[in-house]
Write a protein that binds this ligand. Structure first.
Ligand code: C2E
Ligand code: SIN
Ligand code: SIN
Ligand code: FE
Ligand code: FE
Length: 416
């Protein structure tokens, strides 16, 4: 009897499958947004909180990083709020600032009736703007096991069995701080994953010390949210949707790493490319595909699909054309790939990439205003782009704009 046979005789197959799935989840390379989503999901389940948000410590302040709110956001829909861009100072004026400063959890039964001896005040701006009523709050500092603060989690409005809002229970006050240590470590890992990808992109395609990677984060976020909307319309289950959304965000950030093989003289040419130069540029799809050729993980497979196919067009006139496997460029005989022959993640990134290229400055072009970019995308519906993907994109325009506002190009990049 083999080892796994003996395991199967002790436990039911489904138990083992579940355990393997859990272990697999820990091994995933996860992006920070997927990790924050999971932390809030677990914390809210444990505490009964209707809403919650996480702030991450960044440059000495608390940067708003993620939010859930069951009563404000249409359940499961793509929402712009997670991309809101603001920071709160670490001081005794606000609830999250005070928690970071004191390093202790804070329990509030009614945010509008704070005891007079508290230094901090409840900022009701958000409630007013959003039409929400905050009552109970449980805010905890997120310390790693080494005692380093990574952020603050704020849970809002504990619900009782009848769905009414009340104070946070003793159980929630005991358990949420226990969860915080694991959350802090996971946040660290997610931040590192994002930074590692940005570093790789910088080395490969940007080669510019001033470049912040804002544009690849936009392409990643646009792609993730377009997929989210697509999955919603197709009725894809929540867990599958979340996992794929995480993968597509990561893989989309890597869509152009094949530019590592393109000389600076071509890539950074200030003016229009000659036909021969453009032929060289086209190879970045094949170079990128080859980087992920070993296909050892879903992330590799999706990164390869996107890198190879993100310049294919719905009508079959894109590049590099159909190849059954990555081949050496010399052997490369392009045959066009069209419509559903192009993998979905690549059809999505094709749109996200062009929208971002149009609305950003490049070495060879100025940035265009949003309306002009939208007109081009509408005109290319069914030509360059998959009509279903175009529809999803237009349905989530407020989310697209929020992403654009969050990941702005830094002004230090030289203009031309
Ligand atoms: P990129 O800058 O990331 O652009 C991605 C895609 O956005 C382009 O793919 C194209 O489909 C679209 N796009 C960008 N700018 C415009 C525009 O002004 N009008 C329209 N209608 N579409 C636009 P494409 O053409 O296959 O180019 C791939 C990459 O080749 C570009 O990536 C860029 O790195 C480089 N490239 C393309 N044209 C030029 C050029 O004239 N000069 C230089 N230096 N590089 C270029
Ligand atoms: C991108 O396409 O998102 C980045 C590459 C570039 O700057 O051309
Ligand atoms: C990963 O996606 O990072 C690896 C596991 C897999 O094949 O799904
Ligand atoms: Fe590209
Ligand atoms: Fe690109």
């Amino acid at each position: 009897m083999t080892f796994s046979d003996s395991l199967y005789s002790q436990y039911s197959g489904s138990e083992i499958a579940l355990m393997m799935k859990r272990i697999e989840e820990f091994n995933y390379l996860q992006d920070i947004d997927a990790i924050l989503d999971k932390i809030l999901e677990e914390a809210r389940q444990l505490s009964g909180a209707e809403a919650g948000s996480i702030f991450i410590l960044e440059d000495g302040a608390l940067r708003f990083a993620y939010v859930h709110n069951d009563s404000l956001f249409r359940k499961d829909a793509a929402n712009a709020e997670i991309y809101f861009d603001f920071s709160v100072p670490i001081d005794d004026q606000s609830i999250v600032g005070y928690v970071a400063l004191s390093g202790k959890p804070l329990v509030i039964d009614d945010a509008y009736r704070l005891p007079a001896d508290r230094p901090y005040t409840f900022n009701s701006d958000y409630d007013k703007k959003a039409g929400y009523l905050t009552r109970s709050v449980l805010a905890v500092p997120l310390y790693t096991f080494h005692g380093r603060l990574t952020g603050v989690m704020q849970l809002i409005n504990a619900k009782d069995e009848n769905g009414g809002v009340g104070p946070f229970s003793k159980k929630a006050q005991d358990l949420i701080p226990l969860l915080a240590g694991n959350a802090a470590v996971a946040i660290d890992r997610g931040t590192m994953n994002r930074e590692m990808i940005l570093r790789m992109v910088k080395m490969a395609e940007l080669r510019d010390p001033l470049e912040t990677g804002a544009h690849v984060q936009r392409v990643g976020a646009y792609s993730a949210e377009i997929y989210h909307q697509w999955a919603l319309k197709k009725g894809i289950g929540t867990q599958k949707k979340k996992r794929t959304k995480d993968l597509i965000r990561l893989a989309a950030m890597l869509h152009d790493v094949g530019k590592v093989g393109i000389p600076d003289t071509i890539l950074k040419k200030p003016g229009k490319l000659t036909e021969q130069e453009f032929d060289v540029i086209k190879l970045h799809t094949i170079y990128g595909g080859r980087l992920f050729m070993n296909r050892s993980s879903r992330l590799d497979r999706m990164s390869m699909q996107i890198a190879l196919n993100h310049h294919e067009k719905w009508n079959g006139t894109g590049y590099p054309g159909k190849i059954s496997d990555i081949v050496h460029p010399e052997d490369f005989k392009p045959v066009s790939k069209k419509q559903l022959e192009i993998p979905l993640p690549a059809r999505i990134v094709a749109l996200a990439d062009v929208y971002d290229a149009l609305t950003s400055r490049r070495s060879y072009k100025k940035s265009w205003d949003q309306q002009k970019a939208l007109d081009i995308i509408a005109a290319e519906n069914g030509q360059h782009f998959d009509p279903e993907v175009v529809a999803c994109f237009f349905e989530i325009l407020p989310v697209i704009s929020a992403i654009q506002n969050k990941f702005r190009d830094s002004d230090t990049i030289s203009s031309n």
